[in-house]
Design a protein around this ligand. Structure first.
Ligand code: NAD
Length: 557
């Protein structure tokens, strides 16, 4: 069945299947609510089903905002926006796109975390697809139940490590749903092209297993061959049912995240945002910092607090960038050092997870992060260990003694886990720090200057990467695409941003920046012979035309 919705080109004469009357008002991809014109109401069987006044979309936005702002509870705001998405998709996206600073923390972190914790309790209506342990042998038929044949990007989680909240099993479904809403709002990937998937292999969370309202499989997690077999069947089915569809792995625990990426990145178009998206957004922040310091990437030394998916992903991308500049791989990896819960990651440590080994250098053991700063003299410290307040006054003062402009990224989420606050970073460094954070911080006034810190938010990267990859039908998603995305994002930062200490552009400009990222990713796809469409003469224009616009179209000409 052909499908279209607001944001598509004018459909011409309406086909037989086009819903009318109440069925039309109940279809969120077509519904305009009180904005149906009198002529549409006349021709589509809507007379009497709506209040007489014909609203503009602007009026509807105003009504939504008024209702939204009357609600104090973030979770209730989340529920309200979900209801809007289930009722009128175009209006939902219009509201989010016009108010990103206010809406993104509700549809994504931090509120989506609360929503996942309560998922079985706040569940209203189905959204996305569940592939579960009970579907072994028939996963492709489950995928075929999805109503839209033109799905082009899947975001999938197995719910084992949802944000910093641990194993939430099938309640993790809020994450792919939220993430895909960002693909549409930040980069204009059409909602119909986005498919959220919950890969439900059970949960080891006792509280959920005992919760009568829990909606997932009531069993302990599949592991080993059973897990791998179901995942292989699922990934194979994605390519069979939706040829060339991009798969984004999201919030998988370390032991599966690295393994799955390693195993599949050369076989299907896939990536892991926790590893690669984080890497690109952080590298972009570093490139912006270097515009201020005037330093070269090859002269930096990075010290990470944390050695998990984020740290390894960032270090891998930095290594790839340095190798591309002509440095040998061993020397490039030597630029990155990591401190985990047992101290500095060094070669002599006996038990080290596989993903940490490339960064385990020959060096005596150092237990304390401050000592590591003194000894290694980093130009940048990057906090991704979720250890609150780990960047102490001494750490930041030492960094400021060692560097004219120390790069200090406190990326751990949520705010309560941040390694330091923006105020501490600017205050303790005497206004010298080049600061970025994982959670939002308000502007800081220090000695007559106003600093506007910005979030190293993955939403700057993955939507643009997705738009680019989907538009050119990339057969693989490569590190060079993420590096191109990082460079495009850094180029989107203007001098006025840098002057106020902002290492990222404002979220208000995210669509414009995403478009540039998508174009940069597409160029890499063409250069690396990974695109499955001929290269268009005007790539920028073609990419721009792909972007979903939530403005209503007329259904009756
Ligand atoms: P992860 O679980 O893969 O890694 C966490 C790492 O921290 C592990 O290596 C662990 O050994 C280390 N660690 C734990 N306790 C420690 C301690 N006391 N001292 C030093 N290290 C310690 O998680 P991740 O995906 O790498 O995410 C880590 C943090 O980064 C989270 O808070 C997450 O919210 C944040 N993050 C931010 C962004 C962003 O801002 N764009 C993106 C991704 C992750």
């Amino acid at each position: 069945m052909p499908q279209y919705s607001p944001g598509d080109p004018l459909p011409g004469p309406l086909p037989e299947w086009f819903p009318r009357g109440m069925a039309l008002l109940r279809d969120p991809s077509l519904n305009k609510g009180s904005a149906f014109t009198l002529r549409e109401r006349d021709m589509l069987g809507l007379c009497g089903l709506l209040p007489p006044h014909v609203s503009s979309q602007e009026e509807q936005v105003e009504r939504v905002l008024e209702n939204f702002r009357r609600i104090d509870s973030p979770l209730e705001r989340y529920i309200m926006l979900q209801a809007l998405q289930d009722r009128n998709e175009a209006l939902f996206y219009r509201v989010i796109m016009e108010n990103p600073d206010e809406m993104m923390p509700v549809i994504y972190t931090p509120t989506v975390g609360l929503a996942c914790q309560q998922y079985g309790h706040i569940y209203r209506s189905p959204r996305g697809l569940y592939v579960s342990a009970a579907d072994r042998g028939k996963v492709s038929s489950v995928l075929r139940n999805w109503p839209y044949r033109d799905a082009r990007i899947i975001c999938v989680t197995d719910g084992e490590r949802i944000l910093g909240l641990g194993d939430l099993g099938a309640s993790g479904m809020g994450i792919p749903i939220g993430k895909l809403a960002l693909y549409t709002s930040c980069a204009g990937v059409h909602p119909r092209r986005c498919l959220p998937v919950m890969f439900d292999v059970g949960t080891n969370n006792e509280a959920l297993l005992e919760d009568p309202l829990y909606l997932g499989m009531r069993q302990r997690r599949l592991t080993g061959g059973e897990y791998d077999g179901l995942m292989a069947e699922f990934l194979e089915a994605t390519q069979e049912v939706f040829p060339g569809i991009v798969v984004q792995f999201e919030d998988f625990a370390n032991h599966n995240a690295f393994r799955l990426l390693h195993e599949y990145h050369d076989r299907i178009p896939c990536f892991n945002d926790d590893i690669q998206g984080t890497a690109a957004v952080t590298v972009a922040g570093i490139l912006s910092s270097l515009r201020v310091t005037g330093g070269a990437l090859r002269d930096q030394t990075f010290l990470f607090l944390g050695a998990g998916e984020a740290a390894t992903g960032i270090a891998d991308l930095l290594t790839a960038a340095l190798v591309a500049e002509g440095m040998d791989e061993v020397s490039a990896r030597q630029r990155c050092w990591m401190v985990d819960s047992r101290g500095l990651v060094v070669r002599s440590r006996v038990t080290l997870a596989e993903h940490k080994r490339p960064y385990a250098h020959e060096h005596p053991q150092v237990q304390d992060f401050l000592d590591a700063v003194e000894i290694l003299r980093p130009t940048a410290i990057i906090g991704v260990g979720a250890v609150a307040n780990a960047f102490t006054r001494e750490v930041i003062e030492t960094m400021t003694r060692l560097n004219e402009r120390p790069i200090i990224f406190a990326l751990s989420n949520p705010t309560s886990k941040s390694e330091c606050t923006a105020e501490q970073a600017y205050g303790w460094s005497g206004g010298k720090a080049l600061f970025a954070s994982g959670s939002p911080f308000d502007p800081v006034d220090f000695e007559g200057r106003r600093f506007v810190p910005r979030q190293g938010n993955n939403s700057y990267i993955f939507p643009g990467v997705g738009l680019g990859a989907v538009t050119v039908q990339a057969s693989r998603i490569t590190d060079s695409m993420f590096m191109a995305a990082a460079r495009a994002l850094a180029e989107g930062v203007d001098q006025a941003d840098l002057d106020q200490g902002s290492l990222y552009p404002s979220l208000q400009r995210v669509r414009e920046v995403s478009l540039q990222i998508a174009v940069a990713v597409a160029r890499v796809a063409f250069a690396e012979d990974l695109a499955r469409i001929p290269e268009p003469a005007d790539l920028d224009a073609v990419m721009g035309e792909q972007m979903y616009d939530p403005a209503y179209i007329s259904y009756v000409g």
